[in-house]
Design a protein around this ligand. Structure first.
Ligand code: HEC
Length: 185
C-alpha cells in the first residue's frame, strides 16, 4: 500500500516536470515584449517584490538633506540615468520609444509617481534593480549618496520648489542625445 502511494507521488512529480519541460520547449509560452503583462504574472511579481522590500529595504531616514541644492542634484541624476525610461515632467503624455516598448512598461513617474513609497524602498529598487524587468541595478554605477539623492527627488517630485521645478521641466527624455548637441560639444 505504502509502496503504491510513493510510486504514485513519484510518477506524478515526473509527469509534471516532464510536462513543464516540454511546455517550455513548445514555444507556447510567450516571450515577446509587445504585450501587456497578465494578471497572474503581475500578481506574482508584485507579491515577490513587496515581500523582498519588507525584508530588505532600509528603514532609516534619508541621509541626504531636503534642500533645493540636493533636489537639483536629483533632477540632474534622473535626467542622466532614468528619464529615458521614466519620462520627463510631461509624464504619460510623452513616453520615449524605449519606455513604450518595455515589458512591463516603466511607470512615467510624473504621472504615476512614487511619492507615497518610503525613500528606503525607492533606494532599494534603484540600487538593486527589479529582476526580469527593464529596471536596472544602479549599485554598480552610482554611489549610495547619489541613490539617496534620487530617492529624495522621487519623494518630492510632485511638490518641488519653483526654482527646481523650472529645471525639471527642461529635462528631455528623448532623443537621448541629438547629433546637433554632439557637434556643439
Ligand atoms: C531601461 C529602463 C529603465 C531605466 C533606465 C530605469 N528604470 Fe526604473 N523601472 C523600469 C521598469 C520597467 C520598472 C517597472 C518594474 C516593475 O514593473 O516592477 C521600473 C521601476 C522603477 C521604480 C518603481 C516604480 C513603482 O511604481 O513602484 C522606481 C522607483 C524606479 N524604477 C526608479 C528608477 C530610477 C531612479 C532610475 C534611474 C536611476 C531608473 N528607475 C531607471 C525601467 C527603467
Amino acid at each position: 500500500m505504502l509502496k503504491g502511494v510513493v510510486l504514485g507521488v513519484a510518477l506524478t512529480i515526473i509527469v509534471g516536470l516532464t510536462g513543464g519541460y516540454l511546455l517550455l520547449h513548445s514555444g507556447l509560452i510567450p516571450a515577446n515584449a509587445d504585450a501587456k503583462p497578465g494578471g497572474l504574472e503581475t500578481w506574482m511579481a508584485g507579491t515577490s517584490l513587496d515581500a523582498t522590500l519588507d525584508r530588505y529595504a532600509p528603514r532609516v531616514q534619508n541621509p541626504v538633506a531636503l534642500n533645493d541644492q540636493n533636489l537639483l542634484k536629483g533632477v540632474r541624476l534622473f535626467a542622466e540615468n532614468c528619464a529615458v525610461c521614466h519620462g520627463s515632467a510631461k509624464g504619460a503624455d510623452s513616453p520615449s520609444p524605449i519606455a513604450k516598448g518595455e515589458y512591463p512598461r516603466p511607470p512615467q513617474l510624473a504621472t504615476d509617481g512614487v511619492e507615497d513609497d518610503t525613500e528606503g524602498e525607492s533606494f532599494w529598487k534603484i540600487k538593486h534593480g527589479i529582476r526580469l524587468t527593464g529596471m536596472p541595478s544602479f549599485g554598480y554605477t552610482l554611489k549610495d549618496e547619489q541613490i539617496w539623492t534620487l530617492a529624495l527627488f522621487l519623494k518630492h517630485m510632485d511638490k518641488l520648489p519653483p526654482q527646481v521645478k523650472q529645471v525639471w521641466q527642461q529635462v528631455r527624455n528623448w532623443p537621448v542625445t541629438s547629433l546637433d548637441q554632439t557637434e556643439q560639444k
